[in-house]
Each structure stands twice: as structure tokens, then as C-alpha cells.
Ligand binder design. Structure first.
Ligand code: AMP
Length: 565
């Protein structure tokens, strides 16, 4: 298929402002893409050149792309730079300078971009620049526009994987009916390209056969929350597995012989950041083929747990070894999804725990989660208090019956979290930044407040929930514009719902997730979440780089919380 066809679709998508229209356009297009190329089309549409978990990135900075454009067009770099300064969009610059070619195919572009991504090591930058220049030479204006944006990761059509799933369902079954099957399978196979290929090739039948595979992450199971601790007993009437809730980063670890890979909650491959965890798993997990899950927490020399922010310093490309020494970690394992050729996600928690226990050798830096099994709420509360005094965040109560399966990608009642904050009549929310208001007075030059949204899972959209202006340190405030610059867009994003009265000065593509502490949920005509729900007295707590926008708090959750008030 010609790349110009896809470029034409991208151009159309940029102009629409309704999510439904977006789905329609995409569905019409997917129907026409040959089966062998549909994976590529799906990746490109979501702004990537591989599935998210594959860690295949192009790694070319703005300056390098400018050099490529200069090389391709034979114009001085200075000229290209000037236009870039003026337009501020690499796509438009590439379009202006490179328009002599045409006739690129989807496969050509894919192969070239993958080749550029594969070049690594000393001297690879020069090779990358030339390879991109060669590709741009063959592009027409509109092709160059989207190639350049793909390379820099600034495509930002705002088409998420869920929107692509909707479009695939419409394209290959004629309606949104297969969406449930697709979503369920996507939780186990979060690779939008592979999903597209399967539905296009084998239909819903093929989709239903998808199972856990070593090396491909499973979307993580999540916990619900309750307003009163006693409600846990109503939700889990039988045996409860009460586990400490650690304030760290969730890890899903795939052991396939010598190959050990760690995936984050966003399904990024974070293996290279945690060589110490890899070593612990290699030495102390007695299975060569398994998928295990746990929470990684920063600890001090004595083994005391440290806050999440400390662990975030381990998220780095450079000086990894130095930080392994500076900030040691402990991995608390609490689940098992696969063992020796067998998927465990449809087995009950007791079976999963038994299997996990049988392969974990406890050490200072790798342990089976601290937990009790009880039916008594008093014992649960006791355990909660102890856990908090040890530096834990609270507890996660898990249904300990045979039916307590691993519900991939789902926030359900089989797991319920209870945190320390809940007792203080406050609650934390993970919200997505979709806009900002210019600061005045002391805050001139930065933002005075951020417009934050919850995720509407049914519509795959974002609905605003609060205006967030407090809780930031001076430094955080000052850095806001820089931090958010990458995500700035000219008009409201098609998947964001904002009421007129809340119109911000700046809009963002939904990307950045912030943890916000709030006192109460009320009704407010200004916000679009649920039945006009809003968060009162929000306070910024943290950035949550480990969460994707689709993993933010949902409309459904806040509606439930509001009703239980
Ligand atoms: P939250 O991020 O507030 O929705 O809480 C859910 C998160 O708690 C999970 O994604 C894990 O990262 C973390 N967590 C900490 N301890 C546990 C545990 N014992 N079981 C499950 N999740 C845990």
C-alpha cells in the first residue's frame, strides 16, 4: 500500500474533532489495507514503529532531523533551522524542503525507520541522519510531513490503542460488537499491530485464542477502592488475602531461560534500568520459564522502605550502575501469570500463590509479599496498621477463593485497596493533564493551574474533573511550561471534553498523569466528568510517569465514589 494513502488519512484525522468520526475514518481505511501491512498501519497510526513493549525507538533528536532535512534537500542547515524556529513543527519543515519524491510504500517507510532504530553505538548518529535523508529524498511533501513527525514522536493524532480497537471491530465485523472480545484479548496481548493482524487474518475466532506468551507483557490487574474499610467484607465475603501495599513501581517480569525482561505498568521495557533486579531474579527464582509480578520499592541500607519519589531516581538511561548502588531496591512478589508452558491467569489466587511460593527464594532484595489470610475485618485492620507503621502505603485485600482469577487490565472487586489517606477523608486520584491556565502575579511566566481529567473508558475519551493549582513546590511550578511543552497543541484534543466555562489558555495532548489528593467529590456545572462531577480542593502530589493516560482514574470510579458519599 502507498504511504501517501495513510498520510491522507492522518491529514483527515487531524481535522476532525469527534472521536466517533475518527473511528469511522480509521475503520474505512483499515478495511482497505492488505493483511500483511495492517500491523504497520496500526503502529503508525498510534505514532509508533513497533509495539510499545518492544523498546524499538528511533532516537534522533530535533537537531539531527534538521540535518537530515538539509542533507535531503541540499539546502544549508541554517535555512532549515530558521524555518523550524518559525513554524515550530518538524513536519511542516520537512514538507517545505522535501517534496521531490513520492510513491513511497508503507513497507518502505517501515523498513527504513526500523533500520534507523536498529543503528546503535559509536558513529551511529551519522548513519541515522543519512538513512533518514535518503528516505526523505524519496518522499512527497505530505509524506515527508508525517515521516518527520513519526521520527520525532510528534505525530500526536491522539489515536490511542482503544480507538484503534474500536475501528478494527467496525472494519472487520461491521459493528462495535466484537469490541468486548477485542478488549479482553488486548489485555493479554497489548500489541496493537498483532491484534490488527489477527483480526484481519483470522477474525474474532483467532482473537479468542490469544493467551499469555513469554516476552509479551500482559496488562496488569488493578484494584478497586471502597469508602469504608468494612465494605471490604461485603465485597469479599470469604477468605481474604491481605497484602501489604508498597509505594513503589509495579513490575511484570518475564523469565525465558537466560532472557529476563522487566515491564512497567505502562508496558515499557525497563530491564536496562534495573540490572540488580534482573540479577536477583536470575539467582533466586527457581524457574527458567515464568511470568511473575511484584512491586519494586526503594530501600535504605537497613532495608527500610523509602518513598516512591526515591525510586523514580532509578528511571534513568545513564549512570545506572551508580544509582544501583546509591538507591538499592527490594522486589516484593505477589503474583504469577505463567509457569513452565502453562498460563495461570485463569487459575484462582491460591493456586497462583502456591506456584509462586514454590519458586521464590527469599533474600534481602527479593521477597514473597508480606500477607495474612483472614476472614475477620479486625485482623485486616490490625495488619493495615502494622503495614503503615512499616512504611507501607496501606493494604490490598484480595479475594482468596478458587474463582479469584487474574483479570488482566481490569480494575475489579477481586482486589481492593485501602490506603492511609482514606482515613483522613482524603483520596488520591490519577488525573490526566489536558490544559493549563496562564499564571498571573507571582505565577506570571508559568501556569497558574492545570486542567485535569479522568478517563472515560466507555468512550475512550477524557472528561475534565478539576482545576489543579496547589500542592506544587516553587521549583515544580517554574518547570511546568518546560515539562508540558512537548504536549502542547493548538486546539482542544478530539478525545477531550471541556465545557465552555473551563476553556484553558493552553491545550495538551492527554499524556502526563499526575497524582492528586482531593477532599471531596461534588457536582459542578463546569466539569464534564460523569454527571458533572468535580474534585474539591485538589492538591498536587506527584507526577506518575509509570502510568499512561488510559490508566488514570476513570469516570466510573469517581461516579461510584460520589454515590457512596
Ligand atoms: P493504585 O496505583 O493506587 O491504583 O494501586 C494499585 C497499585 O498498587 C498496583 O498497580 C501496584 O503497583 C501497587 N501494589 C503495591 N503492593 C501491591 C500488592 N501487594 N498487590 C498488588 N498491587 C500492589
Amino acid at each position: 500500500m502507498k504511504f501517501s494513502k495513510l498520510a491522507g488519512v492522518f491529514e483527515k484525522l487531524e481535522k476532525v474533532s469527534s472521536g466517533n468520526k475518527m473511528r469511522g475514518i480509521l475503520a474505512g481505511f483499515f478495511k482497505k489495507v492488505p493483511g500483511k501491512e495492517i500491523a504497520i498501519a496500526a503502529y503508525f497510526t498510534t505514532g509508533r514503529i513497533a509495539s510499545q513493549y518492544e523498546d524499538i525507538v528511533i532516537n534522533l533528536a530535533e537537531k539531527m532531523v534538521i540535518k537530515s532535512i538539509a542533507e535531503a534537500s541540499g539546502r544549508p542547515e541554517k535555512d532549515v533551522n530558521e524555518v523550524y524556529k518559525d513554524k515550530g513543527d518538524i513536519g511542516l519543515v520537512a514538507e517545505k524542503f522535501c517534496s521531490n519524491g513520492g510513491n513511497l510504500s508503507l513497507k518502505d517507510v517501515f523498513k527504513s525507520l526500523r533500520k534507523i532504530a536498529e543503528m546503535s553505538g559509536k558513529g551511529s548518529q551519522g548513519g541515522k541522519i543519512t538513512a533518514l535523508a535518503d528516505l526523505l529524498k524519496k518522499a512527497s511533501g505530505i509524506e515527508a510531513r508525517y515521516v518527520a513527525r513519526l521520527v520525532l514522536g510528534t505525530l500526536r493524532l491522539g489515536v490511542g490503542d482503544m480507538t484503534v480497537l474500536d475501528a478494527l471491530s467496525i472494519a472487520f465485523t461491521g459493528s462495535k460488537e466484537a469490541k468486548k472480545d477485542l478488549e479482553h484479548a488486548y489485555n493479554i496481548c497489548p500489541d496493537i499491530g498483532e491484534m490488527a493482524e489477527i483480526i484481519a487474518g483470522r477474525g474474532v475466532k483467532g482473537i479468542k485464542k490469544i493467551n499469555v506468551r513469554l516476552g509479551r507483557p500482559v496488562r496488569m490487574m488493578l484494584a478497586q477502592r471502597v469508602k469504608k474499610i468494612k465494605a471490604i467484607k461485603e465485597k469479599i465475603p470469604g477468605k481474604i488475602d491481605v497484602e501489604e501495599k508498597y509505594d513503589g513501581e509495579r513490575m511484570q517480569i518475564h523469565v525465558d531461560g537466560k532472557k529476563i525482561r522487566i515491564f512497567s505498568r505502562r508496558m515499557d521495557d525497563i530491564t536496562s534500568q534495573f540490572p540488580d533486579v534482573v540479577e536477583q531474579v536470575r539467582k533466586n527464582i527457581k524457574s527458567k520459564k515464568c511470568v511473575i509480578e511484584g512491586e519494586c520499592v526503594a530501600v535504605d541500607k537497613k532495608g527500610n522502605m523509602l518513598p516512591f519519589q526515591k525510586l523514580m531516581q532509578r528511571r534513568r538511561k545513564y549512570d545506572v550502575e551508580e544509582y544501583v548502588r546509591k538507591i538499592p531496591v527490594c522486589l516484593y512478589l505477589f503474583d504469577l501469570l505463567y509457569l513452565k508452558g502453562e498460563s495461570y491467569i485463569r487459575k484462582g489466587l491460591p493456586d497462583r500463590h502456591k506456584a509462586l511460593k514454590s519458586i521464590v527464594k527469599d533474600t534481602r532484595h527479593l521477597k514473597f509479599v508480606k500477607r495474612i489470610i483472614t476472614e475477620e475485618i479486625d485482623e485486616l485492620e490490625d495488619f493495615f496498621n502494622k503495614s503503615v507503621s512499616r512504611g507501607g502505603e496501606g493494604i490490598i485485600a484480595k479475594d482468596y477463593s478458587e474463582d479469584s482469577i487474574y483479570r488482566a487490565g481490569t480494575r475489579g472487586w477481586l482486589w481492593i485497596k485501602w490506603k492511609q489517606e482514606y482515613q483522613k477523608m482524603a483520596d488520591t486520584f490519577d488525573l490526566v493533564v489536558v490544559g493549563a491556565y496562564a499564571g498571573r502575579g507571582k505565577r506570571a511566566g508559568t501556569y497558574g493551574a492545570l486542567l485535569c481529567a479522568v478517563y472515560n473508558r466507555e468512550k475512550d475519551e477524557f472528561d475534565t474533573f478539576c482545576k489543579l493549582g496547589s500542592g506544587f513546590t516553587d521549583k515544580q511550578l517554574e518547570e511546568l511550561p518546560k515539562k508540558l511543552k512537548k504536549f502542547k497543541i493548538k486546539k482542544k484534543h478530539a478525545r477531550v471534553n471541556i465545557k465552555k466555562s473551563m476553556k484553558p489558555d493552553v491545550y495538551f495532548t492527554p499524556s502526563v498523569v499526575v497524582e492528586v489528593l482531593g477532599a471531596e467529590i461534588t457536582r459542578s456545572p463546569s466539569h464534564s466528568a460523569g454527571e458533572d462531577l468535580a474534585l474539591r480542593f485538589p492538591r498536587f502530589r506527584n507526577y506518575r510517569p509509570d502510568k499512561s493516560p488510559e490508566q488514570a482514574t476513570t469516570v466510573k470510579e469517581v461516579t461510584q465514589m460520589f454515590k457512596k458519599k
